[in-house]
Design a protein around this ligand. Structure first.
Ligand code: COS
Length: 385
């Protein structure tokens, strides 16, 4: 039986998140974007009311929520400001490999502190010469007795300047391609260096940093899962987080649509509100369809995982479609606003700048198409969800 109704608990979460976005995020979004100001105060408030660390199991102090509930929150906060939302949800990306591959001891050591205080963690996969091509990474981890020594640099790291710990992917067998990568938890005080904070086109409230690991020594027990199984752990992690990116892209679209509708009803040209012109109506109609389809896709991709099924294909459908739609919808919202859309005093140019990253981070739209094509042409047998 198909049921598109959210549970009472999910509806309550949705309302809480929408009201948080309305009252705590939207009022500061423009200022934090303009000044590229890190939203630590908003993060603290989101943490206090339980909108962060939703996926961390209750036994480690987290919300223990299913993925669908988490993604619903992501859509709403992103409706407020996707830059601030990204800062709030980056812990989910860093925690997922620990939740999937960490021992009980490591989960207690690293997940529990995130739930006791508003602390941050970052996910370190991408390198200057290894973006889409994860397997070409150069960072190494060499085992020395009961320690690993990590050397290398990671780039585009969300919350990198503010994180207490990092999940880091490194080569443990440099000649083995994707089968020679392992994942580790690295505490900041092990000697992690924050090299530089990036100055970005959009999502300017979020922190994006270059991070270096110069001969950083960590205990061998900080290995997540099996040695040389880090690539699969990264892919499994992205299966759990791409639905969330699709949800954030849906939040941007919802905001763009609402702004465009309100403006179209009030702006008068040729003697009537521009909403009366079919040229505008067709743009609004396409925007509305994209929002609806994006929402259904992200929800299905989360629901599949919640129900123990592999979601790689649907997560890529959702991430690809919602991200591309966010870009198109934001561009169209600017078009509906005409010349005013290009002016910073109006809200839609920010949405256009913010939407772009949706097509880039957590796998570009082209990488999602690769996954979709591969899964469609050569469906993979069930891999652990
Ligand atoms: N879950 C579990 N295992 C997976 C998996 C998944 N979702 N996807 C792939 N794997 C496994 C495969 O089963 C295969 O295992 P074997 O070693 O046993 O053969 C292995 O991983 C390699 O898979 P595949 O052959 O599909 O990899 P490709 O090199 O063809 O493609 C892409 C990998 C390009 C899809 C991958 O590198 C990718 O997603 N890149 C983008 C990275 C990204 O999103 N970066 C953003 C960083 S976070 S901001």
């Amino acid at each position: 039986m198909v049921n598109f109704e959210l549970s009472d608990e999910q509806k309550m979460l949705q309302e809480t998140a929408r009201s948080f976005a309305e009252n705590e995020i939207r009022p500061v979004a423009e200022e934090y974007d303009r000044d590229s100001k890190f939203p630590m105060d908003v993060i603290k408030k989101a943490w206090e009311i339980g909108l962060m660390n939703t996926s961390i199991p209750e036994e480690y102090g987290g919300g223990g929520l299913d993925l669908l509930s988490g993604t619903i929150i992501e859509e709403e906060l992103s409706w407020g400001c996707s830059g601030i939302a990204t800062s709030i949800f980056a812990n989910g990306l860093a925690s997922a490999p620990v939740e999937i591959g960490g021992s009980d001891e490591i989960k207690k050591e690293f997940l529990t502190p995130l739930t006791e205080e508003p602390k941050l963690a970052s996910f370190c996969l991408t390198e200057p010469d290894a973006g889409s091509d994860v397997a070409s990474m150069k960072t190494t981890a060499v085992k020395k007795g009961d320690k690993y020594v990590i050397n290398g640099s990671k780039c585009f790291i969300t919350n990198g300047s503010h994180a207490d710990w990092y999940t880091v992917y490194a080569k443990t067998d440099p000649d083995a391609g994707h089968r020679g990568i392992s994942a580790f938890v690295v505490p900041r005080d092990a000697g992690v260096v924050v090299d530089k904070k990036e100055d970005k086109l959009g999502q300017r409230a979020s922190d994006t940093a270059m991070i270096t690991f110069p001969e950083v020594e960590i205990p061998a027990k900080n290995l997540l899962g099996e040695e040389n199984a880090g690539f699969k752990l990264a892919m499994q992690t992205l299966d759990t987080t791409r639905p969330g990116v699709a949800a954030m892209a849906t939040g941007i679209q919802q905001a763009a649509l609402e702004h465009a509708v309100a403006y179209a009803k009030e702006r008068v040209q040729f003697g009537v509100p521009i909403a009366m012109h079919q040229a505008i109506q067709f743009m609004i109609a396409d925007m509305a369809t994209k929002v609806e389809a994006s929402r259904l896709l992200y929800m299905k991709s989360a629901w599949l995982l919640d129900n123990g099924q592999r979601n790689s294909l649907v997560a890529s459908h959702a991430k690809r479609f919602a991200s591309d739609s966010a870009m198109e919808t934001a561009v169209d919202a600017v078009q509906v606003f005409g010349g005013y859309g290009f002016i910073k005093e109006y809200p839609v140019e920010k949405l256009m700048r913010d939407a772009k990253i949706m097509q880039l981070y957590e796998g570009t739209s082209q990488i999602q198409r690769l996954v979709i094509a591969k899964e469609t042409l050569m469906p993979r047998q069930a891999v652990t969800a």
